[in-house]
Design a protein around this ligand. Structure first.
Ligand SMILES: *Cc1c(COP(=O)(O)O)cnc(C)c1O
Length: 419
């Protein structure tokens, strides 16, 4: 017996035993996991598997969780008395053991486990870097096949924990992250492996929502405010969905945390739309030219889950949330401030989150004694490199206009070489 069903945000229909990495029930609406157990609980299982609100039955991969702690350094600097940090990365001195250094590892672990339990034989993954690393690592350590598609512009900042040929990686030489997503979908159709599904995959959102599970477990209640850097919006929607479950549970507070979400200027399509209270992203804010000017490639998708029912627009509406635009200079300043006050290096996207926190405190959107959770989505890459060898990624280059015939030939080769 499963401990959950899946419900359509639009029409409310309940789907039992469905694998929904790519299915759409109503057009333009997300499906959401409904856990029969409406009370949050934790078992004696290790790492992330101790939480009851995950769409998996018998996990057999080991997966450490986030580390949530009360901040001293950054909190003092900003004059906050209840600042909690969710650190997702590598910082063994604090107990943070994510060797791929971002919260994408939770997404990969839950998606892989959920896919396996649904008799899926492999996955096609599109990524701007961090998702690729997370899936490549889990694919290599579990033997679950994955083919990874990335845009060439992201290769420079990419690295793997495993040897260069461990996981097949394709780089789109003439396109950006969104083109990589398009190619990945076509490869999925050709190979019969499903596309991991992006925001539509309930396992992906619930996996990223682990940060909220760990935080409420540690803090003992829902925070008043939640801060995160957003690209696709999947992580923030996952966190919001978890907070809805906690409110329903009733023991952790009755108010949804206010979402404070940041993008990296000049590419901030969701911020511009939200500031007009519009559900529609405007084409000029999605201009690829803007993407080449930002520091945080992982925040560069032109297909965010904003307008879709149950997506970022609805999450901001239901929590009375705010969107922030963060300049490259402020990103670097945020990374530096965190290193100085907390003592660990951050990936640029986390610098966006720190900058959002500073802005929100400065403008009074966050009061000094309120409980704040800042999601440090990635960090400790420099720290990891002191302990571990990492490898640069050696991909096969492909065009975004690759034909179906070429895909077949290529994957035949790639998968053979790796088997
Ligand atoms: C992917 C990513 C984000 C953004 O998450 P979305 O779910 O795409 O909004 C933020 N920070 C880091 C480090 C990431 O890898």
């Amino acid at each position: 017996m499963s401990h959950f069903s899946i419900q359509c945000r639009n029409c409310g229909k309940l789907l039992e035993n469905a694998y929904c990495a790519f299915c759409e029930h109503c057009k333009d609406a997300l499906l959401v996991t409904q856990y029969y157990d409406t009370r949050f609980s934790e078992s004696a299982a290790s790492g992330v598997w101790r939480f009851n609100w995950l769409p998996v039955h018998e996990p057999n991969i080991s997966q450490p969780g986030p580390v949530v702690y009360r901040s001293k350094g950054l909190a003092d600097k900003l004059g906050l008395s209840n600042l909690f940090i969710a650190f997702n990365g590598y910082w063994p001195e604090k107990g943070a053991l994510l060797e791929t250094c971002t919260f994408k590892e939770f997404e990969a672990a839950i998606v892989l486990q959920n896919a396996r339990e649904n008799n899926i034989e492999g996955l096609i993954v599109a990524s701007a870097g961090n998702t690729a690393r997370a899936f490549a690592h889990l694919s290599a350590t579990t033997g679950f096949p994955a083919v990874i598609v990335v845009p060439r512009m992201c290769l420079m900042e990419m690295w793997y924990l495993e040897d260069r040929f461990a996981v097949p990686t394709l780089a789109v030489h003439d396109g950006d992250y969104s083109d990589a997503i398009d190619v990945a979908k076509r490869i999925a159709m050709t190979t019969g492996f499903p596309f991991e599904g992006g925001v539509k995959n309930i396992a992906k959102r619930d996996g990223l929502g682990i940060v909220m599970l760990e935080a409420v477990s540690k803090i003992g209640k829902l925070p008043d405010h939640y801060i995160q850097a957003v690209g696709s919006g999947t992580g923030a929607v996952g966190a919001w969905e978890m907070t809805e479950r906690f409110v329903k549970d009733g023991r952790y507070g009755s108010r949804l945390p206010i979402l404070h979400l940041g993008q990296n200027l000049p590419f901030a399509p969701m911020m511009h739309a939200w500031n007009k209270r519009s559900r529609t992203l405007s084409p000029e804010d999605l201009n690829p030219e803007l993407i080449s000017q930002i520091t945080t490639r992982v925040l560069s998708t032109r297909y965010p889950a904003y307008s879709v029912k149950g997506g970022v627009y609805d999450a901001l509406t239901s929590t009375n949330g705010k969107m922030y635009g963060i300049t490259n200079d402020a990103v670097y300043a945020g990374m530096e401030l965190f290193l100085k006050t907390e003592g660990i290096d951050l990936v640029p996207a986390s610098g966006v989150a720190v900058a959002v926190l500073k802005d929100a405190v400065r403008t009074g959107a966050i009061k000094k004694d309120e409980t704040v959770l800042v999601n440090i989505t990635g960090g400790g890459e420099a720290r990891l490199k002191e302990d571990k060898k990492t490898y640069s990624v050696v991909p096969k280059f492909i065009s975004k206009n690759i034909s179906e015939k070429e895909i077949e030939a290529l994957l035949c080769n790639v998968l053979k070489k790796n088997s």
